[in-house]
Design a protein around this ligand. Structure first.
Ligand code: SRM
Ligand code: SF4
Length: 558
């Protein structure tokens, strides 16, 4: 029998995720934690990282790498109050690198936190009635929910289900409170984890709720998804989706992105039972011997969707109905003021790569702080790394607009559709897995892509572009119409053929190109799209129809 992955032992012997994190934190001889504690730290919502920009220089000077911590907040559905925004803003300035990073899973990350600042930052997060539990590691991560309030009366209900699902799947260990919040210490046997068991899950696990027609959460890329079914203005239930995932490894054909299957319909009040059954099935059958084969998508690939659904039905005591009809039309955000069905207003601000900081001519951290000071509604972090100022009374719009204009917060909105929709993962300098730049490369790249589009008269056309620094897929590149996936410094694989809705995987089109090769590859495709497309035909759709892509592709129902 194959041996368990080493991390399985670390989890099982961690006494409910405690390990020796508390001791590691007080070790003044290093900025880092012990190896096993680094693994366990993730389940508390933080990663030990080092600044890769100075790694080499410090190595030459025989110094320890410049160790810093990334901290990820748990924010189901991406909803934060103004008071919470102000608290997070203060933490960013007092303990981190003076930036807030909006993630592709609708939450906030801090970067650059020193070891001594970690606990004070966690405590400040807690005082804002937030936490970071289970935002990383082999557990259910931040639960996403459609964040576009205009589309459906069910928006508030869906956000509430995201919160309930997140709570339901939280680890029950008190380790977090003990270590970070100085809660009472455990004496005796660690708490029972009713859903996870002592070894938690074989791998990370991700859940989302989509609210059609928007697919902003990219439902088919999630391990577990619920597509809200609204009939006669009422949320009647959900279509269950299972087995989506993006991560892959260059050159390893046993790893691949996969779109989720639509498994059937369930009434709304069974959501938690069904979610728990999916999680425990993966807990018991997921591969704990090979972390590259441990996600739910591989369990389903290996055992078949029929087996999986039968197992979930048995565990949840439910027979799923046939999936109900639904239609998805986009996985992007909408910008500018819009009125929600409740009569209040919301405005989504375009934040490239989700990075909010004060830079020359763009004092965005300050601007959003000023808005939070006067805003009486809430903020919604979108799955596209943007932020929505939501629940605004008509009378309050002008004051918010003044702050938006005064801090250049709408600077990116005026650009082309490709600029408004692009996603980029963090990559260098903090991500240890990055092979190439992503977030820092995005601004320059976008300008040059816009120039290429303009050259073909395509500047105003929608084009979903995503870039990641490695094949792990943190910006969900494999459902983009055009994606760059990092291979080596300055070199990327080019993928094309997504549909702009998130319901079709793209394909690898060229490998390992530098920027000039990328544009040499892109130019003829844009030229053909400009001259041969049908009315309103998107880039990805055109490439398939015109036979420019090599293999047929599976498409989920949009
Ligand atoms: Fe991710 C690992 C950043 C969303 C797939 N991801 C990482 C780490 C923690 C690197 C590491 O393991 O040390 C990155 C930290 C970078 C940094 O310095 O901040 C990282 N992932 C991110 C974020 C911040 C990207 C962003 O620009 O917004 C996103 C945080 C989401 C959140 O709030 O929870 C982020 N990561 C995703 C997504 C998209 C999603 O979940 O919708 C994916 C693809 C979906 C999926 O999971 O299949 C994703 N991240 C991965 C993987 C590949 C997993 C796999 O199945 O192979 C890794 C590497 C791993 O787990 O071994 C990874
Ligand atoms: Fe890091 Fe790769 Fe994720 Fe980008 S895609 S943040 S480089 S792990």
């Amino acid at each position: 029998m194959a041996e368990l992955s080493p991390i399985e032992k670390v989890k099982a012997e961690s006494r409910g995720l405690r390990g020796t994190i508390a001791e590691s934190l007080t070790d003044a001889a290093t900025g880092g934690l012990r190896d096993n504690d680094q693994q366990l730290l993730r389940l508390h919502g933080s990663y030990q990282q080092d600044d890769r920009d100075v790694r080499e220089e410090r190595r030459e000077r025989k110094l320890e790498p410049l160790i810093r911590y990334m901290v990820r907040v748990r924010l189901p559905g991406g909803v934060a109050t103004s008071a919470q925004w102000l608290a997070l803003d203060a933490i960013a300035r007092e303990h981190a690198n003076a930036s807030l990073r909006l993630t592709t899973r609708q939450t906030f990350q801090f970067h650059g936190i020193g070891k001594g600042d970690l606990k004070p930052a966690m405590q400040q997060i807690n005082r804002a009635l937030l936490d970071t539990i289970a935002t990383c590691g082999d557990v259910n991560r931040n639960v996403m929910a459609g964040s576009n309030p205009i589309e459906s009366p069910a928006h508030a209900e869906v956000a509430d289900w995201a919160r309930r699902l997140s709570e339901h799947l939280l680890p029950k260990t008190r380790a977090y409170h003990e270590i970070w919040l100085d809660g009472e210490k455990l004496h005796g046997t660690p708490e029972v984890e009713p859903v996870y068991g002592a070894s938690y899950l074989p791998r990370k696990f991700k859940a989302a709720i989509a609210l059609p027609p928007s697919n902003d959460v990219d439902i088919y890329t999630q391990d577990l998804g619920f597509i809200a079914i609204v009939e006669d203005g009422r949320l009647v239930g959900f279509n269950l989706t299972v087995g989506g995932g993006m991560g892959a490894t260059h050159g390893d054909k046993a790893t691949f992105p996969r779109l989720a299957d639509v498994a059937g319909f369930l009434p709304a009040d069974r959501l938690l039972d069904v979610a728990e059954a999916v999680v425990t099935t993966q807990r018991d059958f997921g591969d704990r011997t090979n972390r590259k084969h441990a996600r739910l998508k591989y369990t389903i690939e290996d055992r078949g969707i029929a087996w999986f659904v039968a197992e979930v039905e048995k565990r949840a005591g439910i027979a799923l109905g046939p999936a109900r009809p639904f239609a998805l039309d986009s996985n992007g955000d909408r910008f500018g003021w819009q009125q929600a069905l409740d009569g209040r207003w919301f405005r989504t601000l375009r934040i490239p790569a989700g990075r909010i900081s004060d830079t020359a001519g763009r004092p965005w951290l300050t601007g959003l702080r000023e808005i939070a000071r006067i805003h009486r509604g809430d903020f919604r972090v979108t799955a596209n790394q943007n932020v929505t100022i939501a629940g605004v009374a008509a009378a309050d719009r002008a004051a918010i607009d003044t702050l938006i204009d005064g801090h250049a917060l709408a600077a990116e909105e005026a650009g082309s559709p490709v600029r408004r929709d692009a996603l980029a993962c963090v990559a260098l300098p903090t991500c240890p897995l990055a092979m190439a730049e992503a977030e820092r490369y995005l601004p320059g790249l976008l300008g040059r892509v816009e120039t290429a589009l303009r050259g073909h008269g395509l500047y105003g056309e929608p084009l979903a572009l995503r870039i990641t620094g490695c094949p792990n897929g943190c910006a969900r590149p494999y459902v983009a119409e055009l994606a760059l996936v990092g291979k080596a410094p300055g070199r990327y694989n080019v993928h094309v053929g997504g549909d702009g809705v998130g319901s079709r995987l793209n394909v690898l089109y060229r490998e390992n190109v530098d920027e000039s090769e990328f544009f040499a590859v892109l130019d003829p495709l844009l030229n053909a799209w400009a001259s041969e497309r049908q009315r309103g035909e998107r880039f990805g759709d055109f490439l398939w129809r015109s036979g420019r892509l090599p293999v047929p592709v599976a498409t989920a129902p949009a």
